[in-house]
Design a protein around this ligand. Structure first.
Ligand code: AMP
Ligand code: MG
Length: 410
């Protein structure tokens, strides 16, 4: 009976990757408006101040604050309206004592003004006069020059994944190109005599290939570039050739299926043939996903994922996803979004094994509930019909109905 030796917890398996791979993140310059999700290759300093001119945060009137001191409903201040500062125009009006000019949200202030009175706190008396019914302090309702960003401010560190607000912030400063790291390329070798492409109608004993597509999608989601190598039969030489081609053009090589220890399973032997050091971990203490392989060839990570589509996705999330971020030059991989929920049913486990169970979320009486979706673990629709995953920690014998759990959302 073949055995797994040296079964490691998933966190230790990832440490093996971290210790043995060589991070070769290469910078490239791209258009900022195409940089969403990319990783900054260097710190970005602001070339300008923002805002570049004092801006009103309200519709109303720009004033010299002291002209409004003591103003109230009962004893308003009367100010002479001498013009307005139109949006998108240079300021061409200036205030003397007792004067005011119309101001708009985001627009400039009249020369000499140091505050803005909200329109709600004014009354029009006639064409050239308003009443101000509340006093404002200097600086009130105004964003000062440089209040958002000063010149030479560090606006983004190196190794940060660019979010929508980062793209907007760069554009606000006229930074239309940015240095980011190249996206890691991930070759995917999908093995199995029983597989056909999804375009085909499977004959007896045949199934359509799922994993090429779930793994490719997961790679894209993690910021990598999937490079599927096509379907490869359970023939050693064919798998070796696909692997050699894959690792030559990619930064990471992922095998689907054949990762276990039976005589049909050849992923481990193929990895051993590719180069040094070869297979470093065979077997991870999780369910599903125990028959997984971690290897390294000339500094490049190689993974053997189980063919079972659910296992493949779970192991991808624990090992391949953080590896893609590591090779992206990303300082801190984004943590998956989680939600707290109350478990509806018990989940059995055993100590020494980390379980990952898909759950369906629902709200009952205002309480977020997580219902485990049990099913034979190789059923892709257990994932399609669920909203996220619950982990039973390695040292726990199980979780109980009523426990509060953290659900990792997909
Ligand atoms: P293996 O890891 O080769 O023992 O395969 C485990 C299970 O996953 C078997 O039922 C395979 O038919 C199935 N399987 C392997 N590869 C795929 C794939 N690409 N898509 C869907 N199912 C697969
Ligand atoms: Mg197989």
């Amino acid at each position: 009976m073949p055995e797994f030796f040296n079964v490691l917890p998933p966190s230790e398996a990832f440490n093996v990757v971290r210790k043995n791979v060589v991070v070769r993140a290469v910078p490239e310059t791209i258009a900022t408006d195409e940089a969403l999700g990319r990783v900054t290759a260097s710190e970005v300093l602001s070339p300008e101040v923002l805002p570049a001119f004092p801006r009103s945060t309200m519709d109303g009137y720009s004033v010299r604050a002291r002209d409004t001191f003591g103003a109230s409903e009962g004893m308003p201040a009367y100010l002479e309206v001498v013009g307005k500062v139109s949006m998108g125009k240079a300021v061409d009006v200036s205030l003397s004592t007792g004067q005011t000019a119309e101001a708009y949200t985001g627009g400039g202030l009249a020369q000499g003004a140091d505050a803005v009175v909200m329109v709600e706190h004014t009354q029009v008396v006639n064409e050239t006069t308003i009443e101000v019914t509340r006093s404002v302090a200097p600086g009130e309702n105004v964003v000062q020059v440089g209040e958002d960003v000063s010149e030479r401010d560090s606006i983004l560190p190196a190794g940060q994944i660019l979010r929508p607000q980062d793209i907007g912030g760069l554009m606000a400063l006229g930074i239309t190109e940015i240095d980011v790291f190249r996206r890691p390329r991930v070759a995917i070798v999908s093995t199995g005599d029983e597989l056909v492409p999804p375009t085909e109608k499977p004959g007896p004993g045949i199934i359509r290939d799922i994993n090429t597509f779930t793994i490719s999608s997961l790679v894209t989601q993690a910021g990598g570039i999937p490079i599927p190598q096509g379907l490869v039969a359970d023939v050693f030489e064919a798998q070796r050739e696909a692997a050699v081609a894959g690792i030559a053009e990619a930064d990471i090589l992922v095998f689907s299926a054949g990762s276990s220890v039976s005589s049909r399973d050849m992923t481990a032997d193929v990895i051993e043939m590719l180069g040094e050091p070869g297979v470093l971990v065979h077997g991870i203490s999780i369910r599903p996903g125990k028959p997984s392989i971690v290897g390294v060839i000339d500094g490049k990570p190689v993974f053997g994922l189980p063919g079972n589509p659910v296992s493949a996705m779970v192991v991808f999330g624990l090992l391949v996803r953080p590896t893609i971020y590591l090779l992206s030059g990303c300082a801190e991989p984004p943590r998956p979004a989680t939600i707290r929920a109350r478990l509806v049913r018990d989940i059995a486990s055993q100590t020494g094994r980390e379980d990952h169970v898909p759950v369906k979320l629902s709200m009952t009486d205002g309480v977020q509930q997580a219902d485990p979706v049990f099913g034979k673990s190789n059923l892709i629709y257990t994932l399609v019909r669920s909203d996220g995953m619950v982990t039973v920690p390695i040292d726990d014998g199980g979780l109980y109905a009523g426990d509060e759990v953290s659900v990792r959302l997909y």
